[in-house]
Design a protein around this ligand. Structure first.
Ligand code: GLC
Length: 508
């Protein structure tokens, strides 16, 4: 088993706007994050991945970057970011930031220059007329006209003009940006929309030249020692996906097949086997992801009749049995954490937060909502500010002097889900995550697994360390294999493992 930290890391995703608000203006910030670092240390994570923290008009939650070398003033300052990196490192927590190379912001210096001077447009995709009929991923056409009559390409919102990666200046710029942050001590970057950079007449998804970009980035990262590149690569074809993880490209990529997989034993096993078969031959560690800032929270998803995730918001508002979803989310968390490779925890997952599906439409901020003409509710429901303490909103989210009304409202019912309420409750989701992450550090991480034949509806495997993980997806309780029980996602019934429950056992 490799000792390289990232191969088996537990990585906590911080959506800064909604994590903790240190100055009481209703928006999460670096001061808030720094004040909660001990919470993350106690949770037992190895690294933090932060969504974009750069100056941004926030047309897409910060994925519209106006300046790649600074910090959004609402979040803090560059000096504060540097202090945060140091403080995290002092606690043994690594820091991963988000880099957005596919597109910029209409407020970036380069785009403003391009608007002012038609001779300075080659860093983007400008044309006298739309070159194709591509639709933006958020809905509506992917081309927008500027006042002098030309059009520019944006795969996402019109405020996010796509870079032209055929221009060497763009390559140079991103290498410089990587160095800028690596010089400041960040341990890795998560690469946004990593497969979309290169465009051709026929399309933009996963074109071969994109690999040249990452080979070069890998050389840059390697100059700094152990710094990692993580790809956001949504591709249905596992062979194509694996190409991003070749030894001279990215270190890891998010496992969206696992994230999207329904709560079904055959499907889960198929996805786990496929993931291992894809990663093992190239020596890349798999990742296990249940949630992030773009998808429905697992508690809500697993409580629905259709437990798969798919983009487009089709299932939004369909009935969800949240008690069932919560139980399954606990079982899924232990399953994910026992699998070989690294695991991601999206903020609030450790509190068992459900998706907020009843936000009033006028409060929705995600461009997906407006761009889809309201047919897709967007992703605000998984981005609600965290509940930390107390009995009523804002649940300790804001700690500064302002009035602290959070930028999206929190449900009253979250009083039971605050970190404070869960800390002293031994059966809480928070304590399940804490216990599991602690055990995982000693007994799990990277390596191999061996399936145990406990029936088609029971996922059971052992790891080299001797840990056995059993998840019961059958309708009836099942006997547990021999071993000492270390942890279970719910109470056992006379020594048997109930439906939708996971147990960890050890040989000794
Ligand atoms: C990625 C991000 C998402 C963003 C999009 C455009 O998918 O995760 O939040 O909207 O890229 O940057």
């Amino acid at each position: 088993m490799s000792q390289t930290w990232w191969r088996g890391a537990a990585i906590y995703q911080v959506y800064l706007r909604s994590f903790a608000d240190g100055n009481g203006d209703g928006v999460g910030d670096l001061a808030g994050l720094r004040s909660r670092l001990q919470y993350l240390k106690d949770l037992g994570i190895d690294a933090i991945w932060l969504n974009p923290w750069y100056p941004s008009p926030m047309a897409d939650g910060g994925y519209d970057v106006a300046d790649y070398r600074d910090i959004e003033p609402v979040f803090g300052t560059l000096a504060e970011a540097e202090r945060f990196i140091e403080e995290a490192h002092d606690l043994g927590i690594r820091v991963i930031i988000d880099v957005v190379p596919n597109h910029s912001s209409t407020e970036s210096a380069w785009f403003k220059e391009a608007l002012a001077d038609p001779a300075a447009r080659d860093r983007f995709w400008f044309s006298d007329e739309p070159l194709n009929d591509w639709q933006s991923i958020f809905g509506g056409p992917a081309w927008t006209q500027v006042p002098d009559g030309q059009w520019y390409l944006h795969l996402f919102a019109p405020e996010q003009p796509d870079f032209n990666w055929g221009n060497p200046e763009v390559h140079q710029e991103f290498e410089d940006v990587l160095r800028f942050w690596l010089d400041r001590g960040v341990d890795g970057v998560r690469i946004d929309s990593a497969a979309l950079l290169i465009k051709s007449d026929t399309g933009y998804e996963d074109l071969d030249e994109v690999h040249d970009v990452y080979r070069r980035w890998r050389e840059v990262a390697d100059e700094y020692g152990e710094r990692i590149l993580i790809g956001e690569v949504w591709l249905p074809d596992q062979e194509r996906f694996a190409r991003y993880l070749r030894p001279d490209e990215l270190h890891t990529a998010f496992n969206f097949d696992f994230l999207s997989c329904p709560w079904n034993p055959a499907e889960l096993r198929r996805v786990i086997d496929l993931t291992l078969a894809t990663h093992t031959p190239i020596g890349a560690p798999p990742t296990w992801v249940l949630s992030n800032h773009d998808v429905t929270r697992p508690v809500t998803r697993y409580g629905r009749e259709d437990t798969a995730f798919e983009h487009g918001g089709r299932l939004h508002g369909t009935p969800s049995d949240l008690e069932l979803g919560y139980r399954r989310a606990r079982a899924a968390a232990l399953l994910a954490m026992a699998l070989p490779g690294s695991v991601y925890v999206y903020q609030g997952e450790e509190l068992g937060l459900p998706e907020v599906e009843d936000l009033p439409d006028e409060l929705r901020q995600d461009p997906m909502y407006a761009r889809s003409g309201g047919t897709n509710p967007g992703r605000d429901g998984c981005r609600i500010p965290l509940p930390w303490s107390g009995d009523e909103p804002p649940f300790g989210f804001g700690t500064g002097s302002g009035t602290g009304t959070p930028w999206l409202p929190q449900p009253e019912s979250w009083r039971k889900l605050t970190a404070e309420a869960q800390r002293t409750d031994l059966g809480s989701m928070l304590n399940l995550y804490r216990d599991a992450l602690r055990l995982r550090r000693d007994l799990l991480g990277d390596g191999a697994l061996t399936w145990l034949p406990l029936g088609d509806e029971v996922l059971a495997f052992t790891r080299d360390s001797g840990l056995t993980c059993v998840t019961n997806l059958s309708p009836d309780p099942v006997p547990l294999p021999a071993g000492r029980l270390l942890l279970a996602s719910g109470p056992l019934e006379d020594g048997t493992l109930p439906t939708d429950t996971t147990a960890w056992l050890t040989r000794d």
